[in-house]
Structures are given as structure tokens and as C-alpha cells.
Design a protein around this ligand. Sequence first.
Ligand SMILES: [Fe+2]
Length: 264
Amino acid sequence: MDLKTCGVRPQTVSKIVDLHPLLRLDGAAILDGAECGEQASRDLARQIFAERTLAVPEAARVFEGGEYDSARDRVTNQIATPAHTDGFAYGDLYPDYMMLSCIRECATGGDSVLIDGYEVHQQLLNDQMLNWAGQALATTVIDQTEQHMQTALSPIVMDNGRGRKMVRKTLEQKPAPTSVDPERDRQMINIWLDTIDAAFEQAPRFKLHPGQTLVVDNYRLLHGRDAYEDLQRMLWRIWVWTDSALGVPELPLASDTRHAGVSS
Ligand SMILES: [Fe+2]
């Protein structure tokens, strides 16, 4: 496998109209020069997705792991955050786009990484030894539920019902309780996770600068970042549900997991 083709280096543009072709091509692009802030970045999301916008909840401050995310204890500036999908606490109804608006960058480390999940899946399908796993990823129901969050019993590679492919990498993908072959499913999951982690090592790095907003197709790309030193590094994260999402959760929404829990 040539995992170098799985890394994405997003192009930078200064006009919203130029973003869309790049989102279709690469699954991500950087918009330079738009105002960044809690409200400004939400307004920007509505401008970018226009009439396709279904929900743009309150933004979340991202610094050393975020304010409210339940997985925060596993995130630290001192180690890299592996490539992942955002919003999987909402189960299958995770947001189809995410944006990061940079307020303060850090001089050392903290570079962003994007991995094309469609390409990873295709490479597995193309590989003689791993083709079985590539196929199973789209057909095998596994448990993708984050602890105490919305239940997600579904394949890692899904369809939104209207031809848009959804891929996911979460913290806790494991064989479903109803699995007929948990050992095989565990192997499939490990191949998916290991291939993405290997692609992460080889992927190009890029830095977001203040005043830049990264827009990511969260159905297609997985994102992560390198370790960093400056604890003042700060970005605003915005989750976006558009009319090509599988659906919008019937729950209070935010751009982090604060409302995604299952009340007991
Ligand atoms: Fe994230």
C-alpha cells in the first residue's frame, strides 16, 4: 500500500466561492482572512453552507483538549492526537462538516494532519490480502458507541442513503455484542485503525495561522495534530450539519460532546 496518497494538504483560498470545489476535490480547504470567533465563525459556517445548513451549534473553544469533551482526560498537548472523526458521541448522526478557526497558533508543534478515509478504504479494497477487511468495513455492524453517549451500532463505512459515503474512526470501535465472529471483526477494526495510524505518520503537516479557518468534510477525512508546547494555542471548533448529513440529532447540540450523553 502507498499510504502517502492518504494524507491531505489543504489548499488556502480567500473567497468562500473558491472553497466548494476544493471541498469536493480534497475534502478540506483553508479560508484565509475571514473573522474568527465564537459568533463570527458560526456566521461564517452559515455563509459557507448557505441554504444547505441545518444546524450550526454553539462553538467550542479548543485548547489543550477542549473544555467539555468527556474524552478530555485522554488529550494532552504533550502527545499527538491521532487522526479521528469529530462528534461521534452523537452516534451515527455525527456532524458532516467541522471547522477550526485559529485564534492563536503555537510556534513549536501543533501541526494539523488530515487523512482521507475514502482513500484508506480504497487502498484496503485494492490490497489482495486486506480486501476482505475493506469489504467487511462497509457491511459489518460493530459497536461505535462512546461510553455514556448515543448508541451507534453500524458499519465503519456507511452510506447516508443519498450516495454520500460516511467513514468513522472513534475512540472505542469494537465488535458488536451480536457479532457472529467477534475475532474476525476485531481484526477488521484493527486493520482500519492501524492503516490510518500508519498513514498519519507519513502524512504532510500544515499549520493553521490566526485568521485562518480550516473546513473539513467530517464524513470523509480524519483529522489529528502533533504535540505542541504553547498552552495558549487556541482555536474555535464548529460542528455543522448540512442537508447531506444522515440526520440531525434530536438533542440539544453544541460543537462538543456536552449534550450528547445518555441520561440515566
Ligand atoms: Fe477533533
